[in-house]
Design a protein around this ligand. Structure first.
Ligand code: MG
Length: 279
């Protein structure tokens, strides 16, 4: 088990898992949330991931679900393609979550994360009860595996997410709090949102971004500390509400610039922790 408020990185396990986790270890980051690596979902792949984690000492805290056909191009596209909300792909995606959870169990990973999409804000929407029912089924299956299901924030207000969690009514339904998403989708202020969602937050993405500047467009994701989140105040608030899980950096670009931004993001977080005498 990683120490309290250990650093983490949201990453893929592309190619050889050892190389992927060794690159994280070299950054001095002891945990990852990994997006589901379909190419490793077989007996040989499971052994490789377990060995990579053992050899590098990098702990996988979460396997994150993704679904073929999703696009984050703009808000209407997200609404139409992401998560469990689009009706046409719902059953198939529930099946995929089940496969991902089985894979994670073989890795001894007890937390499954997902964007479930734009849940209707109105409980009277006919789709609302259907999505609640689907998520209840997922939670029940994961509970049998000893796992929790963590909903990524951002595509709804904190109050709407809280209402949805209450409607589902399962104790293994949690929140993966991404403060940048609330801003990027123009939905809510992330710091006050923690008063609404605090007890359910069991993981976070340390990500930054700016508010949208045009209708239907997402805001712009930024390196940590350069967006509108106010990352220092947000981490201080996390600590003050008792959160002690990993601080998982997410930077949704690729290549050398991503690596540089992650290194810088790590320094930003370390300074905040030091200032707050966490370590
Ligand atoms: Mg995120």
């Amino acid at each position: 088990m990683a120490e309290e408020l250990a650093l983490g990185l949201m990453t893929g396990l592309h190619g050889e898992p050892y190389d992927a986790l060794e690159a994280v270890r070299e950054l001095g980051i002891p945990t990852v949330q990994a997006s589901y690596p379909a190419h490793l979902d077989n007996d040989e792949g499971v052994l490789k991931v377990r060995e990579a984690s053992d050899r590098t000492g990098v702990e996988i805290t979460t396997v994150f679900c993704g679904f073929p056909g999703e696009s984050y191009a703009d808000i209407p596209t997200v609404r139409a393609t992401v998560g469990l909300v689009p009706e046409a792909t719902r059953a198939e995606r529930v099946g995929r979550i089940s496969e991902i959870a089985a894979f994670a169990q073989k890795l001894h990973v007890w937390r499954i994360g997902a964007h479930i999409g734009f849940v209707p804000e109105e409980e009277s929407d006919p789709q609302y009860a259907a999505i609640v029912g689907v998520v209840q089924g997922i939670c029940d299956e994961l509970k049998d595996r000893g796992q929790v299901f963590a909903l990524e924030t951002g595509q709804e207000t904190a109050a709407a997410l809280r209402g949805f969690i209450d409607a589902v009514g399962r104790d293994n339904l949690k929140v993966n709090f991404d403060p940048a998403n609330m801003i990027l989708y123009g939905n809510d202020e992330p710091i006050p949102a923690m008063d609404v969602l605090g007890p359910w937050i069991d993981g976070v993405h340390c990500k930054d971004g700016s508010w949208p500047t045009a209708p239907d467009q997402l805001g712009e994701e930024k390196p940590l500390g350069e967006g509108d989140v106010n990352i220092a105040a947000w981490i201080e608030k996390l600590i003050s509400i008792g959160y002690r899980g990993p601080l998982t950096i997410e930077r949704e670009i690729s290549g050398e610039q991503q690596r540089q931004d992650i290194i810088k993001g790590k320094q930003v977080i370390e300074e905040i922790l030091k200032k707050n005498r966490v370590r």
